[in-house]
Structure formats: structure tokens, C-alpha cells
Design a protein around this ligand. Structure first.
Ligand SMILES: *[C@@H]1O[C@H](CO)[C@@H](O)[C@H](O)[C@H]1NC(C)=O
Ligand SMILES: *[C@@H]1O[C@H](CO)[C@@H](O)[C@H](O)[C@H]1NC(C)=O
Ligand SMILES: *[C@@H]1O[C@H](CO)[C@@H](O)[C@H](O)[C@H]1NC(C)=O
Ligand SMILES: *[C@@H]1O[C@H](CO)[C@@H](O)[C@H](O)[C@H]1NC(C)=O
Length: 831
């Protein structure tokens, strides 16, 4: 391939002609196209749109006209649709009142309203604005909004966005005015082919903390959880780009800005909100988000005081301290009755008898979708929230969100869900006797274990001193922090002695909590697929990274310890070192060495810090090699032969010299590898990095890691993320790279920040190798030792890459059906 120096720099900018068509500017056309014979532009009253006419918006994105949703009937409706396909109707005027033939026409009536009439002149639908307008005009804006304007004032007197049908579009506002009660909601069609108003509506409820709901009639059907100023905290997969705005006059609205892509969220006739994006390549609407996704997402599936967890069976369980209200129905899988408190609260008893007793306590439930009906409290620390709640007997639960502050609950706790790696800590009020029994057990067990441990430690230290091994571990023991001397120590059952403790340091929860300032949000380094990671500082000054594993790990303690023990034996300069772990009843925590330079994704993609050091090509190359060597060790040289399965930039940490260290290796083992379970589909692997055979069939191998490595290489060289919608023509990075490569224009892929003529050949060679790693078929990908030989140029001749995986679009999806209340939705899961 030949590149002239002149085209070097032009090609580095992402092409500027990105889908000009889709730029939805706020422009409009007047309905005075001569072609339609509408006459003089200014005399809008003469405007008539007949059944066979259509009019496009500026930029041709939307069209309005007549349509039949169902080919079997002649019913005609007037509406607005996306120009890309007539079946994507976004708004319908005469929803409840179809015209049985093609005699309908739309015009401006004498009083200035837009009216839809039948052949016989009968009005079928009208904008029904009371003030009569002398001079009005109709415009279809480029956003899809149909507006009626008063030309004398320029004011919009009516707009279709104020009366949405079943679609939410960018710039449309879903409104709730808490002073006037004015609401704008989306309402479902009756059936997929009948636009009549159906049973479901979706809207914003802002009275307390704003939340999005869908309702089935008057009953809530789904709830997003509170908007915390950044995200909706009750959904697992957040949808990007949306905001809830409080415009200070009591009006709250949910909206999305105009984007480069055609997007809509449809409330379908079975009550699901479905976000779709138009894929130009496949000429299809790709589903990108869906709610509710599963039975647990349906409002109140487990009834009051019940908690839903999609990963366990049965999905419903009563909260700690509660029991089924009707155990017969509960056992039968009818959970709607919910649960009741097993032991009365001191608060409640005192109200009646005024006798003394032990104070109620709070029990922490991690990773929760918080219940409905939260009351917002002041912005405080968790401890302050607790003390406010404990002083008020009406308060039965609290939580704290870093943006929202305290949240309190005083009614029935309903619509609670346990997530695996997102959500809030929810604290529920329980009678102290509810927790007493366990404490007693704990004390005995801890006492026994402490003695056992002391013996172990003693033996271990003796052996260790002779062995003269690593300094840090020894120090941890000598300083005496890691073993419990009191009841707050480790709770270990009697199967403990089977675990080979000799080799592996245990930390107490207390030590780690102190080191991380009680797992304070400020110390959070990031949230990985397996749980959040905190920065910590031990009493002796050592910095550590503390990974609090999410609840998805359902292993017993012994299994867990064995696994961790084995993983801790993997040591390589390009792997993050595991220093120890901590197991207590509710917690499984891993302790790693701390990496001061965060993770690779920060350096590659985070443009929010302009002062961020830019990694030059030499450094990037050594990072690529380092990751490759780490991977080679995992695949070939270690005792275990580990497939990482979630290799991505955020799992590559950088030490003080920017040497890469792979993290999260071996966690797939801890979390079990049963691919038939929905949880592993969610937890393992990340969009954009999963090889096709792994994403679709759950088959993983060394070659699927090589694939992730290839994606990583291309990202490192291009400085661009392999995610959706960011590249030309809605191609993924891989598709884009392949396209450019084939056009002999590989230089266009190179990150402008590292592009320099002296390295060009070297970088191009790396892109070549990257493309070989992301081949569609595993057999076409080299294994990692071959990749390393290619990188070091031990292998000089490189085979030509074939078409890479996912070239058509990043959004080729895998269909799977889920059944929900007897309605089967076809959900689509990004690879
Ligand atoms: C127009 O509004 C009035 C009162 O607001 C209502 O009674 C009437 O049914 C409406 N007509 C149409 C065609 O929507
Ligand atoms: C809508 O509600 C009506 C009455 O409550 C019911 O008969 C009908 O089956 C519901 N339709 C759907 C799609 O749920
Ligand atoms: C479920 O249980 C409730 C009482 O908890 C009862 O009222 C309801 O009829 C039951 N529903 C079904 C379908 O059995
Ligand atoms: C106690 O909590 C309830 C419900 O949250 C609230 O209405 C009430 O004002 C609180 N009482 C005090 C004294 O704070």
C-alpha cells in the first residue's frame, strides 16, 4: 500500500459528511409546494392535503400523509411517519376515528384549526384550538413535530408533540407540571395495527423524585426508579442521552437532544418501551433498549416487602425479617400478596404498650432497585441518613445516593429488585431480635475460628520466615491487621479448615472498610462488570485496590477461597497482583495492588481532561506487547490456562511507568461459566469486545480472547472506541477499519495524536495484525504467541486479512425471546 504525505493529515479527521441527511435541524417547509397546486404561499387557508398526497419535512426525514396500518382493511389515518419507511408511523391524528375510504383530506378550517374531514365534509379530527385564528399556517418541522402557527404573532398555537401518539422522539417533551397537573404522555396503540388508544401509557411522575412510569390503565406497569440528575437509578442498562429537566416553574420534562441518528422510543401495545435506532446498512430498526425486559422489571412482581432477583429461582423472596403473607399462594408462585414483618418493631410495640426494649436496627441490602414512593431527604452521609431515619418511627427504610442525598420510605416497600452490579444500598428497619440470633452464632463461630486462625498464622509465619518470600504479605501479617481479634472479624463456618489458608492472606472487612473510608464513593475507582473497585490505604501506608464482588457470585465460601487461592498463584509482570481477599457473610472482596495510572480507557477515550498525558506511539506499542505477553501467560504459560473473556481497555491498568497490567483475569472462573444462565450473559464480556462465536453461541476459547485483543489493538491505534453509532455510516470501528483498509486508506484509522511519518509503516503493520485478530472465524485468527511473533517481526510475512466480524454494522444482533405475562417479546441483545 502506498500513501502520499499529502493525504496523511486530511484523512485523520472523521469524515465530515457524516449523514448530512440525518442532521435534524430545526427548520421547516411551508406547505405551499407548487407541485401540489396549493397556490399562493401566504393564503394557507387554501391548503388542502388529499389522501394521495404526502409532504416531507426539511431534510426529508419525516413525511406526513394518509396511511393504512393494516393491509387487510381500507381504514385510512392521517399521520406523520419517518420517511425511511412508511410503516414507522410516529404520530396519528384520527387515532380513534379512521376514515373508511380514501376520501379524507386535511385543511385549515375557517377558524384557523387544522381539520381532517371525510368526503362528505364531516370533521373526523381537529386541532380544536378555541381561539380563532385569522392567519394560520401548518408546518412539519424537521424534528417530526407538526405545528400550527398564528402568523400574526408567530406563536405556535398547537403542536403534535404536545399530543404524542405511541412514540417518543428527540426534542419531544414528556411533561409533568406539578402545579397545574398538566401532563404529556405517550399512549400505546390498541394492537400493532390499530392506532386507537390502548391500555398503556408512559410518562413522567415528578411529584416526589422524578421517575418514568408506564401504566396499564391506572396501575403502574413499570418504573424506572428515581432520576438522580444523571441516570435513572432503577434500570440496569441505562439509556444514554436522556435528561429530566426541572424548568423551575413546576414543569418537569423528560427529553433527548437531536442526534445524528434516527431514534424513537415506542410504547408498544403490550406495554413495553422499545428504543430503536435506524440502521442504514441493514435498512432496519435495531432495538437498543427495552423495558420491562423480564418479569422482575414488571412493577410489584413480588408484592409489598418482596424482592425480585432475576438470577435466582424462584425470582421472588421476602426481604430479610419478612415472611410471605399467604404462604400457600406464595409457594404456588403467586407473589402479588407480598410479605409481612415477622417480628414487630420496637417502634410499633412502644406505640401500643410503651414498654422498653432493644432499639431497632437497620439491615443493609446491596445493589438494589430502591422501592417506589421514596421521600427525598437532605444531602448527608449514610450515617446521618440512618440517624434521621432511626429517630422517626414512620421511617422504615433509607438509602443514600451521591446525587440525591438521603431517601426515606414510610409506606409499604414495593417494586424492589436485586441487581448484580448496579443499584443502591438499601437499609431496612428490623427488630433487633431479628438480627440477634445471628449475632450469637457469629460470636461462637468467630471465637472458634479465631483460635484456629491463630494456629495457622503462627505455623505460616514460621514457614514463611524461613522461606523469605515477598515483603508486603509478611508485613500484612506482622502488623496484625489481617486477623480478627474481636467479633467484627471474619465469619467462617466450620468447613473452613478444608480451605488451604496457609498460602493466602485474608483481610478483615473492618480493615478494608477503614482503608477505603467505609467504601466511600469518593474512593471509588470504577465499576467493573464484577463490582465496584475502591482505592484504599492500609494503616501502614500501603495503597491497595479493593474489589467488592457483586452478588452475582453464588459460590460457597470454600469454592470461592479455593478459586482465589489458585488465581493468586498467577504472577506475571503484566498481570495485576492479587494481594488477598476477604470473605464475610454478605461480602466477597478481592484486594489487588494499586495502579496509580488508572486504566487504559482513560488515556484512550477520556477527552474530558485536556491535561491528560497523551501516550505516544512507542508507549502504545509497548502497551500492546505487554498485554499480549500477559495474555500469553494466561493462555499458555500459567498453571491454569485461563481464558480471560472480558479483555477491554478498562481492564488494562497502568502502573507508574505506564506498563500495562491485565486485571479481572480468572474472575470468570469465580463467577461460574454456565452460559445458559442469563446472569453470565450479562456479567461476562462487554459489548464490542466479544467475539461473534462467544456472543452468539457462548463458545469461548483462546481465540475469543485474541479477538478482544484485536479490538483493543485497533482502539489503541485509532484512539476510538469500538462502540455503536460513533463511526461513519453507523459502522462499528471494526467495520470502518475494514472499509478503510480495503480502500487502501488504512492511515485514516490512525489516531492523529500519534501519527508521524517515521512510524507510519510500523503502525500500519499493527493495524494489519489487529485486523487478523478480529477475523470472523476463530480458525482465521492467529493465536497469541503468533501475534507476539508478528509484533516483534519474527514473522515478517503477514497473511492478508479477510473480512472482519461485524462489518455490516456493529448492531447485528442476536435474537432471543423472552416471555412476559404470556406475551412473547423478541428481545435483541447486542453482541
Ligand atoms: C374539542 O374540545 C371540546 C372541549 O374542549 C370537546 O368537547 C370536543 O369533543 C373536542 N372536539 C374534538 C373534535 O376533539
Ligand atoms: C386492555 O384492557 C381491557 C379491559 O381492561 C382488556 O379487556 C384487554 O384485554 C386489555 N388489552 C391488552 C392488550 O392488555
Ligand atoms: C394471588 O394471591 C392473592 C392473595 O394473596 C389472591 O387474591 C389472588 O386471587 C391470587 N391470584 C391468583 C391468580 O391466584
Ligand atoms: C417522620 O416521617 C414521616 C414520613 O416520612 C414524616 O411525614 C414526618 O414529618 C416525620 N416526622 C418527623 C418528626 O420528622
Amino acid at each position: 500500500m502506498a500513501f502520499s504525505p499529502t493525504n496523511l493529515f486530511e484523512l485523520t479527521m472523521p469524515s465530515s459528511h457524516i449523514i448530512k441527511l440525518f442532521v435534524l435541524q430545526y427548520q421547516f417547509i411551508l406547505l405551499c409546494l407548487p407541485r401540489l397546486g396549493l397556490g399562493d404561499c401566504d393564503r394557507k387557508r387554501n391548503f388542502v392535503l388529499n389522501d394521495s398526497d404526502t409532504i416531507s419535512s426539511m431534510g426529508n426525514v419525516f413525511k406526513m400523509g394518509f396511511f393504512s396500518p393494516d393491509n387487510t382493511t381500507k381504514n385510512r389515518y392521517f399521520g406523520v411517519f419517518y420517511n425511511v419507511s412508511e410503516s414507522t408511523v410516529i404520530w396519528v391524528a384520527n387515532r380513534d376515528n379512521p376514515i373508511p375510504d380514501s376520501s379524507g383530506s386535511v385543511k385549515i378550517s375557517r377558524d384557523g384549526n387544522i381539520v381532517l374531514t371525510k368526503g362528505n365534509g364531516e370533521i373526523v379530527w381537529s386541532t380544536n384550538v378555541t381561539t380563532s385564528l385569522v392567519d394560520a399556517s401548518v408546518q412539519l418541522l424537521s424534528t417530526g413535530n407538526l405545528v400550527l402557527r398564528d402568523n400574526s404573532t408567530g406563536r405556535t398555537v398547537w403542536e403534535s408533540f404536545g399530543h404524542p401518539s405511541n412514540n417518543f422522539l428527540p426534542t419531544l417533551r414528556i411533561i409533568d407540571n406539578i402545579n397545574t397537573g398538566h401532563k404529556v404522555v405517550v399512549s400505546s396503540w390498541k394492537t400493532p395495527t390499530d392506532p386507537e388508544v390502548g391500555n398503556f401509557t408512559a410518562g413522567l411522575q415528578a411529584l416526589s423524585i422524578p421517575q418514568i412510569y408506564t401504566w396499564n390503565g391506572n396501575r403502574p406497569h413499570w418504573r424506572s426508579g428515581p432520576w438522580n440528575g444523571q441516570i435513572l437509578i432503577g434500570v440496569q442498562d441505562n439509556v444514554d442521552g436522556f435528561t429530566v429537566v426541572n424548568d423551575s416553574s413546576g414543569t418537569f420534562y423528560f427529553t433527548a437532544p437531536e442526534g445524528k441518528f434516527l431514534m424513537r422510543i415506542t410504547l408498544n401495545s403490550t406495554g413495553s418501551l422499545v428504543q430503536t435506532l435506524w440502521n442504514r446498512q441493514t435498512q432496519n430498526w435495531d432495538i437498543t433498549w427495552l423495558a420491562p425486559q423480564q418479569e422482575c422489571d414488571v412493577y410489584g412482581t413480588c408484592g409489598p416487602f418482596g424482592s425480585c432477583n432475576a438470577l435466582i429461582s424462584p425470582i421472588c423472596s421476602c426481604l430479610r425479617g419478612f415472611e410471605p403473607k399467604n404462604s400457600e399462594e406464595w409457594g404456588r408462585g403467586n407473589w402479588s400478596g407480598g410479605c409481612v414483618r415477622s417480628k414487630p418493631l420496637l417502634c410499633d410495640r412502644n406505640n401500643n404498650t410503651n414498654c422498653g426494649g432493644k432499639e431497632d436496627e437497620f439491615f443493609r441490602l446491596p445493589y438494589m432497585k430502591v422501592p417506589d414512593f421514596a421521600e427525598q431527604g437532605p444531602s448527608m452521609t449514610v450515617e446521618e441518613c440512618r440517624s434521621l431515619c432511626s429517630r422517626n418511627c414512620s421511617c422504615i427504610a433509607y438509602a443514600r445516593d451521591k446525587n440525591l442525598g438521603c431517601m426515606f420510605w414510610s409506606q409499604e416497600l414495593i417494586d424492589i429488585q436485586q441487581f448484580s452490579n448496579v443499584g443502591e444500598d438499601l437499609y431496612i428497619r428490623l427488630a433487633s431480635s431479628e438480627l440477634d440470633g445471628h449475632k450469637y452464632e457469629k460470636l461462637i463461630v468467630v471465637g472458634l475460628v479465631a483460635i484456629l486462625l491463630c494456629i495457622f498464622i503462627y505455623c505460616w509465619l514460621m514457614a514463611r520466615r524461613k522461606g523469605d518470600k515477598g515483603k508486603l504479605d509478611a508485613k500484612l501479617y506482622e502488623s496484625g491487621q489481617t486477623y480478627p481479634s474481636d467479633s467484627s472479624g471474619i465469619v467462617i463456618k466450620d468447613d473452613m479448615d478444608k480451605v488451604n489458608l496457609e498460602v493466602f492472606p485474608l483481610f478483615t472487612l473492618e480493615t478494608l472498610a477503614n482503608a477505603t473510608d467505609q467504601f466511600h464513593d469518593d474512593n471509588m475507582l470504577g465499576k467493573g462488570g464484577f463490582g465496584p473497585v475502591y482505592k484504599g490505604k492500609l494503616a501502614d501506608g500501603h495503597e491497595i485496590a479493593v474489589k467488592r464482588l457483586s452478588a452475582a457470585s453464588r459460590q460457597g465460601m470454600e469454592e470461592f477461597m479455593n478459586e482465589v487461592n489458585v488465581i493468586s498463584k498467577l504472577q506475571h509482570r503484566n498481570l495485576v497482583k492479587l494481594l488477598g481477599c476477604c470473605v464475610e457473610k454478605e461480602e466477597k472482596i478481592l484486594v489487588y495492588e494499586y495502579m496509580p495510572n488508572k486504566s487504559l480507557d482513560v488515556f484512550l477515550f477520556d477527552t474530558s481532561h485536556p491535561s491528560q498525558k497523551i501516550l505516544d506511539w512507542k508507549k502504545r506499542f509497548s502497551i500492546i506487547e505487554g498485554i499480549g505477553r500477559g495474555l500469553l501467560y494466561l493462555h499458555r504459560d500459567s498453571i491454569l490456562k485461563i481464558i480471560h473473556r472480558d479483555l477491554k481497555p478498562s481492564n488494562v491498568l497502568l502502573d507508574e511507568d505506564y506498563n500495562p497490567k491485565i486485571s479481572d483475569f480468572g474472575l470468570a472462573r469465580i463467577f461460574g461459566d454456565n452460559q445458559d444462565q442469563a446472569n453470565t450473559r450479562r456479567v461476562l464480556g462487554s459489548r464490542g469486545y466479544k467475539a461473534p462465536e462467544y456472543a452468539m453461541e457462548g463458545r469461548f476459547s483462546e481465540k475469543s480472547d485474541v479477538y478482544s485483543f484485536g479490538v483493543l489493538m485497533l482502539e489503541i491505534m485509532s484512539g476510538k472506541k469500538n462502540n455503536f453509532y460513533c463511526h461513519e455510516w453507523s459502522l462499528s470501528l471494526l467495520g470502518w477499519a475494514w472499509k478503510r483498509w480495503n480502500e487502501d486508506d488504512g492511515v485514516a484509522l490512525i489516531d492523529a495524536r500519534i501519527l508521524s511519518p517515521s512510524y507510519r509503516a510500523e503502525i500500519m503493520r499493527c493495524i494489519h495484525i489487529g485486523l487478523l485478530c478480529v477475523q470472523k472465524l476463530p480458525k482465521d485468527r492467529p493465536n497469541i504467541s503468533v501475534v507476539l511473533s508478528m509484533l516483534s517481526s519474527e514473522i515478517v510475512e503477514l497473511p492478508e486479512p479477510k473480512q472482519t466480524a461485524f462489518t455490516g454494522s456493529s448492531q447485528q444482533r442476536q435474537k432471543r425471546s423472552i416471555s412476559l405475562n404470556n406475551v412473547t417479546l423478541t428481545e435483541v441483545d447486542a453482541r
